[in-house]
Design a protein around this ligand. Sequence first.
Ligand SMILES: [Ca+2]
Ligand SMILES: [Ca+2]
Length: 389
Amino acid sequence: MTSKRALWGRFVTYLVSASKTGRLQTCPTTPGLPAGGCFCCLMLLALALTSRRADAETTSFARIPLGGGEQGAEGLTLVRLPAVDASALPIAGSGTQLRFLKAGNERRIVALEGKRSGPITEEMALLLQYRLTTKQESLPQLAVVAMERDGGVWYRTAEVSPPTGRVVDLRLPLGRAFTRAVFATDADESVQWDQVDRVWVALLIDTPTEAVLDLTRAIFTDEPFRPTSPAVVEGDWQPAHDPAVKDAIAVENAGPENQPCLVYSFTMPGGRHMYAIPRASVTVEELAGYSALRFAYRAELPDGINGLLVMLLEEGGAQYCAEPSPPGSAEWSTVTIPFDRFQRGGWSKDDNDRLDLNEVRHVAIGLHGTAKPSEASGKILIGKVEFVP
Ligand SMILES: [Ca+2]
Ligand SMILES: [Ca+2]
């Protein structure tokens, strides 16, 4: 009888051979026979099943419906609020229809309410699918309102983009941008999702409006965001520099193909360390779903400054710098910097000592270092700045 040790030996040899050839053709315990139901083959089967189960575990995500039905949009109830004539009707097998007429010019709200049916966390997002149909040019805003047990009320809004009458899929992350309602009565400083027991999908209406909202999905999920297109940084650029630096920021049609670009000019004393780093707000949500920062630039840098200082800045102020830094370039050049090339600046502190992409609030592109000329000057032109999937 073959000893266990010998069997394991053959099994390991078999795995090595299989890994080299990429095939599992013959039985390791009975050489010459095709792979079958022996011990080793069962082991392989168990390994395969285990890894498949692990795969399944990593790809199954929470789905917490707000209402009934598979898409969580059935059976939502109309919230009775003043000055809006509204009704809610079931859409057979798929959701809830909200019809409303609002005559006055003051801001009003109309809402469908669902009850939380499972644990919701700030790492989740609410997936909505809707169709708003109206003849009005001025469109209402969509709002999600979270009602807490302790009197907390939090909301965030989203634009309804024209044309109306088309089905829109909308993903609203829960971890950012919820605003406290003025009539909230709790003491918390941010939304506490474990206290939320009711959620409204609402419309904020500012003008006289008659419209129909078909809501066909309302699901909370922790499935990560997977963007399919780049997100452009559209924030205003603001200077940040050593007091001894003189600089100017302008937008000129000097980009590739005469596109608008940012023109940052500076002069600084040489011989000592200086910094000059314009920064723009990052409003992109769920940045962790992207993989890199990409931007087009031209840069004339003074002698002694070997590259650009490119940084991602967390909300708490921690500064992460691209390493190595992109070099100066007399021609337009596009650089793509994967997020794993950003390292914490030695001068910067971070409690958890890691770049939290969803906490990034600014991107900065500038320079630092010691210029050689006593009066150093230069210019950085920045074209499109975007985060790429
Ligand atoms: Ca609360
Ligand atoms: Ca951090």
